[in-house]
Ligand binder design. Structure first.
Ligand code: ZN
Length: 273
């Protein structure tokens, strides 16, 4: 597999190149992947952070053939580079909505297609990690650009209220039916076993949910005490992040009338059955 080195364009498929942004971290793994789709006409997916060297590298790779700039969602590691890349290329910026200082030229939704001479790129609305999250399917290669919906090397943080566990799992199940050949994630390497990866995610969430429900039934009455009991396999430094995922699971369980409770810092108890 091509190494992940910031600023160096790498081919990941016949139609797709990747430039890694220099923003490695706990939440971003090796950094954000910016993808260039197409050769004669190019769509950029996730320009990444507003980093001049990174945007220069992307512009150098695509030049004035960059026609579209698409974002998967408006988190700080994915969309802020859109304005700077537009300045460099004149391309049209598109995303689900205007938010978090992201200002698209046009908003797009489920089913929107970029029709280029060599390829077709279709938007798939996948709320869960962020309510405005889109994945993009490159139809010619059945390659899915998954943003932060699916990552290589880790699971995804679901942080309510914008994050929604039930919506997240629904969107994963929808992707399973789409005959995807490979996944190009927002962080990490290409995933060439998409169904295996999606099943791994679904199983992981099922197990977590069962453990969280069991912990509440066993008397863990707060998010913190659930984290302590359930996230024994996760380093303590990540427990503040795990709190949000536990809360997301509790809200899903609440919507199914299996637990009672209100908020992140409040009391939770099992529903009487
Ligand atoms: Zn991200």
């Amino acid at each position: 597999m091509a190494e992940l080195i910031p600023g160096v364009a790498r081919a990941v498929s016949p139609l797709v190149r990747r430039v890694l942004a220099p923003n490695p971290g706990v939440m971003t793994g090796p950094g954000t992947n910016t993808y260039l789709v197409g050769i004669d006409e190019i769509a950029v997916i996730d320009p990444g952070p507003d980093d001049a060297a990174h945007l220069d590298a992307v512009a150098a790779c695509g030049g004035d053939r960059i026609r579209w700039i698409l974002v998967t969602h408006t988190h700080a590691d994915h969309s802020p580079g859109a304005a700077g890349l537009k300045e460099r290329t004149g391309a049209t910026v598109m995303g689900f909505d205007e938010r978090d200082e992201f200002k698209p030229d046009g908003t797009i939704d489920e089913g929107f297609c970029v029709e280029a001479t060599e390829f077709r790129l279709r938007a798939v609305h996948t709320p869960g990690h962020a309510s405005n999250h889109l994945c993009y399917l490159l139809e010619q290669e059945r390659l899915l650009f998954s943003g932060d919906h699916i990552m290589e090397g880790s699971t995804v943080v679901i942080s309510p209220p914008d994050g929604d566990m039930a919506a997240y799992l629904d969107a994963l199940r929808r992707l399973k039916k789409m005959r995807i050949r490979a996944i190009a994630p927002g962080h990490g390497q290409l995933i060439d076993d998409p169904l295996g990866k999606i099943d791994e995610y679904l199983t992981h969430r099922d197990e977590r949910e069962a453990a969280i429900l069991h912990a509440v039934e066993d008397g863990a009455g707060t998010v913190d005490s659930v984290v302590e009991r359930v996230y024994v396999d996760v380093p303590e430094a990540l427990h503040p992040i795990a709190r949000h995922s536990v809360y997301a699971h509790l809200l899903k369980l609440k919507s199914e009338a299996r637990v009672h409770g209100e908020d992140l810092d409040g009391e939770w108890r099992p529903a009487v059955r």
